[in-house]
Design a protein around this ligand. Structure first.
Ligand code: DUC
Ligand code: ZN
Ligand code: ZN
Length: 530
């Protein structure tokens, strides 16, 4: 007789959207089939049993902000560089940290004649298929042009055929930034197709002006060490951009989702808009709770190149008290999404952090070999007047691993659960209920777990460092289970690189906007949708 379940998790403290209860989970054919106080001997027959006594059992992590194999020629600084992780290594890291689904970015570019978004997705899908993935994956698309025909013809196909229900737009970076009217074009098209618009909210002109567009700014003053990256992006940079994007969204009644919000000012702007009833959503990331500007001076001396390991955009907040303020935003729902923004660059590699400051990319191979370790920045830059603007500003915020693990692992965020319905996957993903995919993470029972200090190799990614080296963790995922299959157990990857499957997502729930919009007397431009 066929067994009722393939896998059963018993006695765990099961965390669902509404509460925590001690119960058992029965899994068959990759789906959760039953939650029960207990199962009978007959029901357990033939099933593999995991005893989760004393441990938390949660939905597998969904990391909705990951960069893998991303085309960087047209990236922020336009100088290239190479994503250190592909779908194999990035997804391996995810599995090791309790994450079972990643959403990665497929990027449209402005180079060449081809404007098609569909070709972009096909190309990134090929990259994923070439290596395979340990965990399930999907795509957001970064859109950097506002071609009316492409938006009109291809957005419905992206939504219906590919299940891609989110796009990202930039208010900074010359190679990606859209003007206000271009932003409106794309947001409007997205809104009509039930696609979520994600916004990178930094004012590019402010950054450029402070950095060196005119005399006497950071570059002309020689303030080019990594630390000054933060000075080129003070909180008002995100403050202005969040306010502007909120106003644009309000104009056309479009919901938006701010990604990687890192400043208290930005968070306050979002909160104010949310309090007005506007459909404004937001994501934040681990670096904004664990690093400050001071970390950009952490290594050797304030001007040492090694501090480039800590650069990220937007930069970390100024002070530790900002962490506390941002944490309130997690607790009160200003932020409903917590992702890694894993954007992997190697440190000791010519196509990594150094790619912007070395003169001739193609001939760099082997040139630097450890020479820069601990050296002052000016020495490194002897062949080129480099500046922080050229360093890769995208950082391995520590494996997809950390996004999921760090809060619980450091005991800081025990009451935080990620919200998944925003990205069109709920309740298939991110829920522990009958019918949902059996994606689970099972922690160690607290009392049996000995805290440890993180080292880079534990992250299983392909980056040669982690900003969290040495951070103390008081727990870590014991099992990661993807659609009923154990892929990480007791510190070992036990899954296969082709276990992960592409996830076709549904329409974005948030793209419909506020249900009260029709009755809102402040509404503008409602005739647009008639
Ligand atoms: N935007 C991201 O989404 N990640 C890293 C840096 C950036 O500019
Ligand atoms: Zn961004
Ligand atoms: Zn990112």
């Amino acid at each position: 007789m066929e067994s009722k379940f393939d896998l059963v998790v018993v006695n765990g403290n099961v965390v669902t959207a509404s509460d925590i209860s001690t119960c058992c989970i029965g899994i068959k054919d990759g789906k959760i089939r039953a939650l029960a106080d207990s199962f009978t001997g007959d029901e357990l027959k033939g099933a593999e049993v995991i005893d989760a006594q004393g441990a938390y059992v949660m939905p597998g992590g969904i990391d909705a902000h990951v960069h893998l194999c991303q085309d960087l020629e047209t990236g922020p600084h336009g100088l290239g560089g190479e994503c250190a992780d592909n779908f194999e290594t990035g997804s391996r890291s995810a599995a090791a940290g309790g994450t079972t689904t990643i959403i990665t970015f497929a990027t449209q570019t402005r180079k060449g004649e081809d404007r098609s978004l569909l070709k972009v997705v096909e190309a990134y899908n090929t990259r994923a298929e070439e290596t395979g993935s340990y965990v399930d994956y999907g795509f957001h698309i970064i859109i950097v042009r506002n071609d009316a025909d492409i938006l009109e013809n291809e957005m419905p196909i992206l939504m219906n055929d590919w299940g891609i229900s989110s796009i990202k737009l930039f208010l900074t970076y010359k190679t990606q930034c859209l003007t206000d009217s271009q932003l409106l074009d794309v947001m409007f098209a997205a809104r009509k197709n039930a696609i979520t618009t994600m916004i990178h909210a930094e004012n590019g002109d402010m950054i450029e002006w402070l950095t060196g567009s005119v005399e006497n700014k950071l570059e002309q003053k020689g303030m080019v060490a990594p630390f000054y990256h933060a000075l080129s992006r003070p909180p008002i940079v995100e403050g202005e951009a969040t306010n502007r994007a909120i106003a644009l969204a309000q104009l056309i009644q479009s919901p938006i989702l701010f990604v990687h919000v890192g400043s208290v000012l930005g968070a306050a702007n979002l909160r104010r808009a949310q309090t007005m009833g506007l459909p404004i959503y937001a994501e934040t990331c681990p670096q904004y709770f664990h690093l400050t500007w001071n970390d950009l001076k952490r290594f050797h001396s304030p001007t040492c190149f090694e501090n480039s390991k800590m650069i990220c955009s937007p930069p970390p907040p100024l002070t530790v008290s900002d962490h506390e303020d941002l944490f309130v935003g997690l607790a009160n729902g200003t932020f409903t999404i917590y992702s890694s923004d894993h954007c992997p660059f190697r440190y000791d590699h010519p196509h990594g952090k150094l790619s912007g400051v070395l003169e001739h990319k193609p001939s760099m191979e082997g040139e630097i070999e450890h020479q820069h370790e601990g050296k002052e920045l000016q020495g490194l830059l002897r062949r080129k007047q480099g500046a922080f603007r050229f360093y890769s500003q995208w950082d391995p915020w520590c494996g997809d691993t950390i996004a999921f693990a760090i809060y619980w692992g450091t005991g800081k965020g025990s009451d935080f659960t990620t919200e998944i319905c925003r990205y069109g996957m709920y309740p298939r993903k991110g829920a522990l209920m009958p019918g949902s995919d059996a994606d689970l993470v099972i922690w160690h029972p607290d009392e049996t777990f000995k805290s440890f200090h993180l080292t880079n190799s534990m992250l299983h990614h392909n980056v040669d460092y982690t900003p969290y080296e040495g951070t103390e963790f008081s727990n870590w995922p014991r099992y990661t289970i993807l659609r009923g299959k154990i892929i990480w157990a007791n510190g070992e990857i036990v899954g296969k690189v082709r276990d992960g499957k592409y996830v076709k997502r549904g329409p974005s729930l948030l793209s419909q906007g506020s249900p009260r919009a029709d009755r809102d007397p402040r509404r503008v431009a409602s005739w647009l949708y008639e």
